[in-house]
Design a protein around this ligand. Structure first.
Ligand SMILES: [Fe+2]
Ligand SMILES: [Fe+2]
Length: 405
């Protein structure tokens, strides 16, 4: 149903604009409160097109923001979502949207425009702000106890009558879209901050996760094409998971995100090569086959992976190559990128569940050394249980990191 149909018979409706990137419970509680308090028939959520004050900020695709808002609004019969700003080319100005809506509905219809205190404090910088109150009633939602004097002063600057505005306290919900985006980008939970179906939408569409710059993306595309030829689809999904988890860890720990991405993508590039061929390639690239590798050639995939990353995938960076080279055994005194890829490999989302996985993941975002110590211990205990040999590098790594347990 289009906006006009929705409002045709409406006598009193409210507009709630925003980037909704993403929409969250703070927006929904605000809309619901205004709706009940002012006895409003419909709240029209209007995701913005290209907001002038956010020109330089990378906001999600219009359709994603529109769909998330629609999903969030679907179970409330009073809520509806409009494409009016999304579909309008060029800049988005509130006054233009209000003007367009005013023309759509009968003169007797009351229009309320909901805005937060922060936005109200900048209202004099909006396009022709003094016109706003000729088109609608402004509702300023504030936290209980908010000092309204500064808003009153701003209204005066904007040529608006603060007496005509409705001030409404809405219980403080300390949720922000920026915080949600940041949390997703570093792998933190966003549960209970927004409706579960919006949460699922974000994960399904991989919103707010790392997108490599053009040069890295081109490089990654070439790598991915080659990897798809040699890796099983399951391994490929794991590989993507490690690349993305590595980026999140890199962001939190101040490491290079591009390197983390490439190291994650390539860490298992030799994993699915048949063992016999693995050993032949090790010989070709000068990887020494010690007693443990001779018995468990699969383990050689880390050393061979680093050689193939260099020779076949054109990676010259030592940090990336070392992160691949030691991602299974670990080694004493690992570099930040080595620890990151080692850990991401340990708990990226497609990994089967095992006891302690979530604890190690949480730890990894706080303390890399501690997380490495626990995962080394976990791996060694597991291999001992399975009567597998422990590689000397793994033993040395455990000796080194034991103090962090
Ligand atoms: Fe591996
Ligand atoms: Fe792996």
């Amino acid at each position: 149903m289009n906006t006009l149909d929705t409002l045709k018979n409406c006598k009193k409706f409210a507009i709630m604009g925003g980037t909704f990137d993403p929409i969250h419970y703070g927006h929904l509680v605000t809309a619901e409160t205004v709706c009940r308090e002012l006895d409003i028939e419909k709240v029209l959520f209007i995701p913005s097109g290209r907001p002038p004050h956010k020109q330089n900020i990378n906001i999600s695709d219009n359709e994603h923001r529109y769909l998330m808002t629609a999903i969030a609004a679907e179970d409330n019969p009073r809520f509806t979502v409009s494409r009016i700003e999304i579909d309008r080319p060029g800049m988005t100005y509130t006054v233009d949207t209000l003007g367009a809506l005013r023309k759509m509905c009968p003169k007797s219809c009351e229009i309320y425009f909901i805005t937060g205190a922060d936005a109200a404090l900048m209202i004099s910088s909006w396009k022709t702000p003094s016109k706003l109150q000729t088109l609608c009633k402004i509702v300023v939602v504030t936290r209980p106890g908010y000092d309204k004097n500064s808003i009153a002063a701003e209204f005066e600057r904007a040529g608006l009558d603060v007496e005509k505005a409705v001030f409404m306290d809405v219980p403080a919900l300390d949720i922000s879209s920026t915080d949600i985006r940041n949390r997703v980008s570093i792998g933190k939970s966003i549960k209970y901050l927004l409706p579960p179906n919006v949460e699922n939408y974000i994960y399904k569409n991989r919103l707010y996760v790392y997108t490599p710059d053009k040069k890295t993306a081109e490089k990654a595309e070439v790598i991915v094409k080659k990897l798809k030829k040699t890796l099983s689809s399951r391994r490929f999904i794991h590989t993507k998971g490690v690349a993305e988890e590595s980026v999140k860890l890199a962001r939190v720990h101040g490491a290079d995100e591009k390197k983390a991405y490439l190291a994650g993508l390539l860490h298992d590039c030799a994993k699915d090569i048949p063992n016999k061929e693995k050993l032949e390639l090790c010989k070709k690239y000068g990887v020494e086959i010690d007693k443990v590798l001779a018995e468990q050639p699969d383990l050689a995939h880390q050393f061979l992976g680093a050689e193939l990353a260099r020779a076949v995938f054109g990676i010259a960076d030592k940090e990336i190559l070392d992160a691949i080279r030691y991602h299974t055994t670990g080694r004493p005194d690992m570099g930040v990128l080595e620890k990151i890829v080692y850990l991401a490999d340990f708990f990226e989302p497609s990994r089967r569940y095992y006891d302690g996985r979530d604890e190690i993941k949480n730890l990894a975002y706080k303390d890399l050394d501690k997380a490495v110590a626990f995962s080394l211990k976990h791996t060694i205990d597991f291999n001992v249980k399975k009567s597998r040999l422990i590689h000397p590098l793994g033993k040395k790594a455990m000796d080194f990191y034991e103090e962090f347990l």
